[in-house]
Design a protein around this ligand. Structure first.
Ligand code: MF3
Ligand code: CO
Length: 256
């Protein structure tokens, strides 16, 4: 079911999404070569809790037999890892790595979700372009995120832009509605046909999240049951914000 948020609920969405933005502000300042991904996780968890929110990914259960609940505040996915990399004291961030981080906060019963890809130190020009295109894909998509348009218009714009730049999108994971639940309807694939799917209405809150691969779109899941990597070993980037549909331009809730 697609939920329409009331004025009061939109205020609560703004509040929790701002906490996600502040968490990224802190991570961006602190991320350095030599750190472990678990150290980043602790920084984020402390920041969120200090602002009165709960890390919603921690303990999140996708309900598949044999897959343990997600153990951390952040997903930290380095280089060829696409999404859902699990923070670890054994994973050290190196100069030149591209580090995709995805996190969800929960406060007053509402969720805020965003992802960023950081370059640590100096990365290759190709890595920089991948990150830039992934971010731009979000903005290309949300040009169509207006009341009266259809969700397929957003999906189509993302996919077309990414492909025009010579990159791929993954097909197995997608953006989503968000609110009282982390994942609500509609699903928002990073490809699709314009003119299809639900009609957008003011008060919908959506997590739009291009997950882009430099090479072929094929992915593999590691034995931990979570980490998704590119099959061909090429780099991947992720960029996500929670947005609010209005009569005019969408409001981006997870940017300060
Ligand atoms: N934050 C992810 C998303 O963008 C969900 C991650 S799954 C979790 O939808 F288990 F880590 F929470
Ligand atoms: Co999301």
């Amino acid at each position: 079911m697609v939920t329409i948020k009331s004025k009061k609920e939109i205020e609560l969405m703004r509040e929790v999404c701002k906490i996600v933005a502040l968490t990224y502000q802190e991570l961006e300042q602190k991320i350095k070569p030599g750190m472990t991904t678990l150290e980043l996780d602790q920084i984020a968890e402390n920041k969120m809790r200090s602002l009165g929110a709960i890390p919603a990914e921690k303990g999140y259960d996708i309900g598949i037999r044999g897959v343990p609940p997600y153990p951390a505040t952040l997903c930290v996915s380095i280089n060829d890892e696409v999404i859902h990399g699990i923070p670890s004291k054994n994973k050290i961030i190196k100069e030149g790595d591209i580090v995709s981080i995805d996190t969800v906060a929960l406060k007053n019963g509402f969720h805020g979700d965003a992802a960023r890809t950081f370059i640590v130190g100096k990365a290759s020009k190709e890595a920089e372009r991948l990150i830039q295109v992934t971010k731009q894909a979000f903005f290309e998509g949300i040009k169509y995120a207006k009341a009266g348009n259809r969700i397929g218009d957003v999906c189509h714009a993302i996919g077309e832009y990414v492909h025009s730049q010579g990159y791929s999108v993954i097909r197995e994971f997608q953006g989503h509605g968000i609110g009282k639940e982390m994942h609500e309807d509609p699903g928002i694939p990073n490809y699709g046909k314009a003119g299809r799917g639900i009609r957008l209405e003011p008060g919908m809150t959506l997590a739009v999240e291009p997950m882009v691969i430099q090479g072929k779109p094929n992915i593999l899941e590691l034995d931990d049951g979570w980490t998704i990597v590119t099959e061909d070993g090429s780099l991947s980037a992720h960029y996500e914000n929670t947005i609010l549909i209005t009569e005019k331009e969408p409001e981006i809730l997870t940017i300060l």
